[in-house]
Design a protein around this ligand. Structure first.
Ligand SMILES: [Zn+2]
Length: 665
């Protein structure tokens, strides 16, 4: 495990401040494996080379001082290559070469077009200076992307558009016409080519950085920071290819989670982290989670929040943490002492977890996603204003209610298809999903019918409601004692549309049976009228089990009845292979890893609520003989009750916003 620290210019430029930093790091040496110096502290990409040369000389001296103080692995984090976003443009010199241009013609003030000769020359010179400072490693930050640079979608400068037109026959040579074609329903092939072009521009830039750096220092390691696929695939995000281009075995999955105001957001970052690691496809072995406390104000994020976040990062597959946390402008280091002490307390537990989880795939239901979604989705004047129908994260909130989820189809015991993501998959892929187990929503059902696969769900869409409807759980074993209970997502307060489901064949009697639609919920009008079927289960001709959810499927599911129904649904569609089940009405997030023979497991459980859990049972669908809690005193074996395919353990309590970590073998 690697614990590393990213250090702002503000902490190393002045001698006295650097002394304070050294003192802090030295006081916590067992948890400081790596130190990386940031090249700048703002996101404006251009620094005149004569200024940058002086900074690199200083970084070289600081790296030597760090080595002298006993820190074995020290390097440099290039904060800006293309530039992140517009910042401080009135203060720093303007870019002396072409800036990035948006699809609407807007010009970035701080971010460069990556294809000008002048930019490439500047970048080579800058990385040469960085390499000459003698770092053990150089990190490239996540500004290597073609979107989200204040201008939203780049680069549509004249040169980039002309180069694309020269490479792709039939591509228009003007920005306005290119944008019109990219945004039109028939622009599919052009969109795929444009996204692939973005992918290649980034890969080429990374290859150039590798060559430049290694020419100066053949042994300098390189590392690439990436960002969450849920931010979109406009830049191609072929991370394995990018890592190879950079010659990197170090990778840093990133994303935004900055403070305590919405702690549940860390769950979304954790799943986006797991997706990034999936896209590395084994090209990185040192995977350091980006723990980011930007803008670094101490009271924005509690030490406990950081600990929880680190646990989720490890559960997502990281084997290191890069702390971007020690960078506030307060000169005293006292603000960080509790954080460093927390890291020191937790490290032995993290080490134990990583050893236990090594090589185990993440398991659970798979909310389907695909890297190529931006390139392949249908478009009708909305490519540059993407909506939530393609959001990979729609079902992730269910994880916070206790549903075990995974980010890989290989680890999936069933598939969750949300919004319009079904569009991205081929008929063969969709059939495979529906021949296994799947939970789908109304928009997915519409796509399945358009592809002649709707019969595999057993229902078609009826009336759509945008107001005045709740759902009533039907009598069915999946609903158990909650039959008759209701849930209202309050559609008029930002809730989702409701879809009436119309059975295509016969409706099951209370006993159910194959090839009949089994009612799981009815739509009920606010006046008490029955408005039709709202959710159903169906066993199709391929042997697959499909649950269609017409009413508020992925959000506002936080009552006991709905939570219980969701857990039972997961068991039904996966034929009991959902890896873990907690029956008590809690908000406990499980992130589970398990070997294919189910004998080894590692599970992080986060109590994502401000109340203690009290005692609760965890039903593990595992074949492990021993199950232990990871504690500060080592592994603490738990009493295991065996019931058929389950191993049941009781957790005494998880305090508010804390974790319990289980390992089994
Ligand atoms: Zn350009």
């Amino acid at each position: 495990m690697t614990l590393s620290y990213r250090i702002s210019t503000l902490q190393y430029q002045a001698d006295d401040q650097f002394e304070r930093l050294l003192e802090l790091l030295a006081a916590h040496r067992p948890v400081v494996d790596e130190v990386a110096l940031f090249t700048s502290f703002t996101h404006h990409m251009y620094i005149p080379l004569e200024v940058f040369a002086k900074r690199c000389e200083l970084m070289g001296r600081r790296l030597e001082q760090l080595r002298g103080a006993g820190f074995a692995s020290v390097g440099i984090n290039m904060l800006c290559t293309i530039g992140h976003l517009d910042e401080a443009w009135d203060i720093w010199p303007p870019l002396p070469f072409d800036c990035m241009v948006g699809h609407d013609g807007a010009k970035s003030r701080s971010c460069a077009c990556p294809t000008s000769t002048e930019f490439v020359q500047y970048t080579r010179a800058a990385y040469r200076l960085v390499a000459q400072a003698g770092p053990d490693f150089v990190w490239v930050d996540d500004d290597l992307r073609m979107h989200g640079h204040t201008i939203q979608w780049g680069c549509f400068c004249e040169r980039c558009v002309k180069r694309f037109a020269a490479k792709h026959r039939g591509a228009p040579a003007t920005r306005k016409e290119l944008v019109r074609r990219l945004d039109s329903p028939s622009g599919g092939a052009l969109r795929e080519a444009w996204v692939q072009n973005n992918n290649v521009v980034i890969a080429n830039l990374l290859a150039d950085i590798r060559k430049t750096t290694r020419r100066v220092g053949p042994k300098i390691e390189t590392g690439l920071m990436t960002y969450g696929p849920s931010w979109g695939g406009y830049s191609g995000i072929e991370f394995d290819h990018w890592l190879k281009s950079l010659g990197a075995r170090k990778a840093r999955p990133g994303g935004g989670f900055y403070g305590d105001h919405a702690p549940g957001e860390m769950i979304y970052k954790a799943f986006d982290t797991a997706r990034q690691i999936d896209l590395y496809r084994g090209q990185a072995d040192d995977v350091q989670y980006e723990l980011e406390n930007f803008i670094y104000h101490k009271l924005d994020k509690a030490v406990q929040t950081v600990m929880n976040e680190c646990w989720l990062a490890l559960a997502a597959g990281c084997n290191g943490i890069a702390f971007n946390a020690l960078n506030d402008m307060v000169r005293s280091m006292d603000d960080y002492r509790d954080l460093m002490a927390g890291i020191e307390r937790e490290r032995p537990l993290w080490d134990r977890y990583i050893a236990a989880a090594a090589g185990l795939p993440m398991v659970g239901l798979w909310p389907a996603w695909d890297r190529r979604t931006t390139a392949k989705r249908s478009v009708n004047g909305d490519w540059f204003a993407p909506g939530g129908e393609y959001d990979f994260n729609r079902a992730i909130g269910l994880a916070g209610l206790g549903l075990p989820l995974t980010t890989t189809p290989q680890g999936g015991c069933a598939t969750i298809l949300t919004g319009k993501l079904a569009e991205i998959f081929s008929d063969r892929q969709l059939k495979e999903m529906l021949a296994g187990g799947a939970m789908i929503d109304g928009p997915t059902l519409a796509i399945l019918h358009a592809r002649d696969l709707g019969h595999l769900a057993g229902v078609k869409l009826g009336t759509t409601y945008d107001n005045g409807v709740w759902e009533t759980l039907a009598p069915h074993p999946i609903n158990g004692p909650f039959a008759g209970d209701c849930r209202d997502v309050r559609t008029s307060f930002g809730g989702e549309l409701s879809y009436e489901l119309v059975p295509m064949g016969r409706v099951a009697s209370a006993e159910g049976g194959p090839s009949a639609v089994q009612a799981l919920a009815r739509l009920t009008g606010y006046d008490g009228r029955d408005m039709g079927l709202g959710a159903c289960a169906f066993e199709n001709e391929l042997g697959g089990r499909v649950i269609t959810l017409g009413y508020g499927p992925w959000g506002r599911c936080a009552n006991s009845a709905k939570r219980s129904q969701l857990m039972a649904m997961a068991d039904w569609v996966s034929r009991g292979r959902s890896p873990l089940r907690i029956d008590k009405t809690l908000r406990v997030l499980p992130m589970v890893r398990m070997s294919p023979d189910r004998k080894r497991l590692a599970a992080v459980l986060l109590n994502a609520r401000l109340d203690p859990t009290g005692p609760f049972d965890v039903r593990l669908r595992a074949a492990a003989n021993k199950v232990s809690l990871i504690t500060a005193d080592g592994l603490k074996p738990l009493a295991v009750r065996k019931e058929a395919d389950e191993r049941i353990v009781t957790i005494k309590n998880i305090p508010p916003w804390q974790t319990a970590v289980l390992v089994g073998s």
